[in-house]
Design a protein around this ligand. Sequence first.
Ligand code: AMP
Length: 252
Amino acid sequence: MKVLVAVKRVVDYNVKVHALADGSGLDVDGKPAVRRSLNPFDEIAVEASVHLKETGAADEVVAVSVGEAKAVDTLRVALAMGADRGILVHTDAKTEPLGVARLLKAVVDREKPDLVAVGKQAIDDDAGQTGAMLAALMDAPFGANANSVELKDGALYVSSQTVDGTELRKLSLPAVFAADLRLAEPRYVTLPSMMKARRKPVETIEAETFGADFAPQLKITRYDAPPARKAGVMVGSVAELVEKLRCEAKVL
Ligand code: AMP
């Protein structure tokens, strides 16, 4: 049982990102360099994948990233968390979900995993599309918003939260699932595990060798900062608060 887990290098979630004044992009490429890290949902996907291995349900966990050479650092974090080896599909080109899904499909054709784990969304583009697109390209079932995953009797059981409660789905293999927030709590990466990860193999494949079309198809026309929030109002008493809620906000 082989699990392939897709990990993306994104701007760290603690960084406050600003739009450039002319609206042409985000101010993330200047100096000093903005901190990048493993996409938080992918951290959860790695944890869930490694857990499958640790509980004997899976034999190997392979982490794959599409992007620039620095994405090797991201792969090393996945390896420190317990993945066995890494694959970097190297490109300096700007990538979009469909292009990434096509490159991941090429890796799937090569690696033939039983299971592919992705994050529910990458926090830089918030697209939430790559996993579903990959599943479609693989003609495989997709377990969206996975809150729990279990490999049993040659199938993957995925549960996810719906408005009415919990939905449990049975997916035939190979399958793709997307990690939601509650799926797993990522382990803390220690220095010794990081040192150990340095000895694990990472293969680099140039994206062009796959012959997949990953040219951008979307054009973002403008970035604008969110409107500034209005200052709050201090009230002197509960009675005044109730009065304002009733007469001004009209919510009572
Ligand atoms: P998105 O559709 O961009 O929100 O990404 C959803 C998920 O697809 C991410 O959480 C990753 O697991 C995977 N993914 C997206 N882009 C990449 C990438 N460049 N390299 C590896 N995995 C990616």
